[in-house]
Structure formats: structure tokens, C-alpha cells
Design a protein around this ligand. Structure first.
Ligand SMILES: Nc1ncnc2c1ncn2[C@@H]1O[C@@H]2COP(=O)(O)O[C@H]2[C@H]1O
Ligand SMILES: [Zn+2]
Length: 392
């Protein structure tokens, strides 16, 4: 239920309490019960409002519980978060935005996420946006960013997976989905997230008052940020990031370097769930595996080859998680730590990553053949990292 509706309802119920006469036949006892019920609703409404405000005051902390926040906002975590962050950065004033159009745009983005997806839903988008905000606040970055950088970073985070179908690119290609042919089997999902975002921006009229050239730049840069989240391009970005760090040549006064760091920040935000505290991280790990396994079930049903990590009989949650941490999360967050150094947040994230990986490994059952392969991948990633540490 939206805030406005709850507000109207509450007003109506308050009126009921004051003016409704005791109906004939209604006993004093049932009236008391009715009053108690209404008051408990009021108490609930009041408490959840206070909690929501309290949570928003802590939106920049790493242990922010996005699942709780989503419940407290009645499923409106993404819209509520984006409105709050746009206020914090004064972006409405800076870009002379129309609040109704802005709210309309955020509403469209949130609605276009599929709530039935266990992982790729609006809560994931809100989680990535909250992480992005934490990264934008990093001392290394915060003072160098322009309002346009922040605007782009937050919108890209909020919209980066919009209209995600809950299956991956190989699935779309092998089922000859029209999106796969539209985007020629390359960054199919990311291209769709970007083009959908541009479509919603145009439909909302949010940027209609800006010169066409600025709108064009905004749309292009949103594309470059969202396309960077394609996990197939992980190595390409990681290598470039390492090269910059080794050469110490990142200059944040240079707009193209800031853009590159925004891409990396968004990539980090997108895969940061194993860096959260165990309780939050576990929920994300289970959700993403549930989505993989659902895809595997579909593939079996249609006699298609089951994709890697998608067979629930073979690919256990702990095996997928420990493999993902070793091969994707650790290499990226180690570089991010070097870039942000000294950063308490990066240190906290690496600590969680370490503990969560150890936790998942403890949960591994005696290994199956497939797990043996996933684990071998994790071990070879670890060995590769060891070699790199020895080199540097
Ligand atoms: N905890 C995780 N375990 C396994 N895969 C993950 C995890 N978190 C993110 N991913 C994958 O990384 C991808 C990053 O981009 P997406 O959010 O589109 O989809 C994500 C998942 O496919
Ligand atoms: Zn994502």
C-alpha cells in the first residue's frame, strides 16, 4: 500500500473512531475490540513510519538491511531510496527536475522489475543503489564527483537490471528469444536494461527541459555504465583497472577517468552481496541460486542442455557461492581496496568476504563431481591471485 493510500486510510479510520455511533445491536465489548484493532493499526503505522525514517538516516552504512527496508516501505524500497538520495545530493534543484516526473520515472523503473524473480527484482536494484551510494561517499571519490556523475551513478544503479526476465543470456540465445537477435547475441540483457531505461526516461519527460545535446550525453553515459555490468566483461575491466592502479595514472579531474571509476563502482555494487554481513549475504546467495536453479528446471522441461550452475541436483548453493567469491568478488574487491585505500568500508567488505567464503566452504557437503569442478575453479583462482601477489 502506498504512503498516500495509507495516509488516506488512516484519516478515514480516525474519522470512524470519532464520529461513528455504536450501531444498533453492537455490544460495548465489540466496540472496544474494534477500537483496539484500529489503535493497533495506528500504532503499527506510526512505528513503521518511525522505523523507515530511522533507517533512511542510516542509508550510508554498510549493514543497511534492504530486506527490512523493503518491508517497511511496503515494497517501495527503490522509489523511496532514490527520492531520498536525490534529496541528499540536491539533484532536484541542481537539474531543475519536476518532482512529479521524477517520481513517475522512479515508479516506472521499480514497476518494470519482475517481483517474481527471486534475485533480479527491485530489491536487488535498491541494494545495488544503496551500495553505490556508499561507494560514491568514499573519501577518495566524494569530493571529485560532479552532480552529473552522481546523477548518472544513481540512475544507472537503480535501472541496471530493469525488466530482467530471470534467465541469463545463453538461455535467451538458445531459445532464440527476440532480444537475442535484436542485440546480436552480445550483452543482450544489459542492452535491453539500457534501452528500457532510455525509453522510460523519455516517456516520463524528466529531461525534456534540458538541451538535446545534454540528454544525448546522459543517455549514452547511462548505456556505458549499464553495459559495464555484463559479467562476461569482468576480465576486460579488471585488467584495465589493475593497469591504472599499477601505473598510478588515474586522474579524477579527468571526466573519462571518473566515468571509468563509476563503471567499476557500479560493477562492485552489482556483485557486492558476498561482502555484506553473513545474514544478508546468505539471503542473496540463496536467492541467486534459486533463480539459477529455476532456469535449470526450465531447461530440463524443454529438453535443453542445462546451463552451468543451474542444475540443483549438482550445483549446490555453497559450491556456487564459494566459487563466485573466489573467481569474481575477491579479485574485484581487492583492486577496489587498493584504489580506495585507506578505506574502512573496503576493509570491512574484505573481512566479510573472507568470513562468508569460509562459512560457505564449511557448508559444502562431501563433494560431487560438479562441485569438484567448481571448487577446482575456485582453487585455480586462488592460485592465480597468489601468483599476482608475489609479482606485485
Ligand atoms: N552471490 C552470487 N552468487 C553467484 N552469482 C552471483 C552472485 N551475485 C551476483 N552474481 C552473478 O553476477 C551477476 C552480476 O550481474 P547481474 O546482477 O545481472 O547477475 C549477477 C549474477 O549472475
Ligand atoms: Zn544486477
Amino acid at each position: 500500500m502506498t504512503d498516500r493510500r495509507v495516509g488516506v486510510l488512516q484519516e478515514a479510520w480516525e474519522c470512524c473512531i470519532i464520529i461513528q455511533p455504536i450501531e444498533s445491536g453492537e455490544t460495548e465489548f465489540s466496540t472496544k475490540r474494534r477500537m483496539k484493532h484500529l489503535l493497533s493499526f495506528q500504532r503499527y503505522y506510526h512505528t513503521s513510519r518511525l522505523l523507515r525514517a530511522h533507517m533512511l538516516s542510516k542509508v550510508g552504512t554498510w549493514n543497511f538491511d534492504i530486506f527490512l527496508f523493503d518491508r517497511l516501505t511496503n515494497g517501495n524500497s527503490l522509489v523511496t531510496l532514490m527520492c531520498h538520495l536525490f534529496n541528499i545530493y540536491d539533484l532536484i534543484h541542481h537539474f531543475q527536475l519536476d518532482i512529479v516526473k521524477l517520481h513517475g520515472f522512479f515508479g516506472m523503473v521499480q514497476k518494470d522489475y519482475h517481483s517474481q524473480n527471486p534475485y533480479h527484482n527491485a530489491i536487488h536494484a535498491a541494494d545495488v543503489t544503496q551500495a553505490m551510494y556508499c561507494y560514491l561517499k568514499e573519501p577518495k571519490l566524494a569530493d571529485q564527483l560532479t552532480p552529473l556523475d552522481v546523477f548518472l551513478g544513481l540512475i544507472a544503479a537503480a535501472a541496471h537490471d530493469v525488466d530482467h526476465p530471470g534467465v541469463n543470456q545463453p538461455f535467451l540465445i538458445k531459445t532464440r528469444h527476440h532480444l537475442a537477435s535484436l542485440y546480436q547475441n552480445t550483452s543482450v540483457l544489459e542492452s535491453h536494461h539500457w534501452r528500457s531505461t532510455v525509453g522510460m526516461l523519455r516517456e516520463s519527460g524528466l529531461l525534456a527541459h534540458l538541451p538535446a545535446e545534454i540528454t544525448r550525453v546522459i543517455e549514452q553515459q547511462l548505456g556505458s555504465l549499464i553495459l559495464a555490468t555484463d559479467i562476461c566483461r569482468q576480465n576486460e575491466f579488471l585488467l584495465t583497472f589493475r593497469e591504472h592502479l599499477d601505473n598510478q595514472d588515474l586522474d579524477l579531474l579527468d571526466a573519462s577517468h571518473r566515468h571509468f571509476i563509476l563503471q567499476i563502482a557500479l560493477k562492485c555494487a552489482d556483485v557486492c552481496n558476498p561482502c555484506r554481513s553473513w545474514e544478508l549475504s546468505r539471503q542473496w546467495g540463496e536467492r541467486v541460486c534459486e533463480e539459477f536453479h529455476k532456469q535449470g528446471e526450465l531447461e530440463k522441461k524443454f529438453d535443453l542442455e542445462v546451463s552451468p550452475q543451474c542444475d540443483h541436483k549438482v550445483d549446490s548453493v555453497p559450491a556456487i557461492q564459494s566459487g563466485f567469491i573466489s573467481c569474481i568478488a575477491e579479485p574485484l574487491f581487492e583492486e577496489w581496496n587498493l584504489f580506495t585505500h585507506p578505506s574502512l568500508l573496503s576493509q570491512t567488505m574484505l573481512d566479510h568476504l573472507d568470513k562468508n567464503k569460509a562459512h560457505w566452504i564449511r557448508l559444502l557437503k562431501p563433494r560431487t563431481l560438479a562441485e569438484e569442478q567448481t571448487y577446482a575453479c575456485a582453487e585455480s583462482c586462488d592460485a592465480e591471485k597468489g601468483e599476482r601477489k608475489n609479482i606485485t
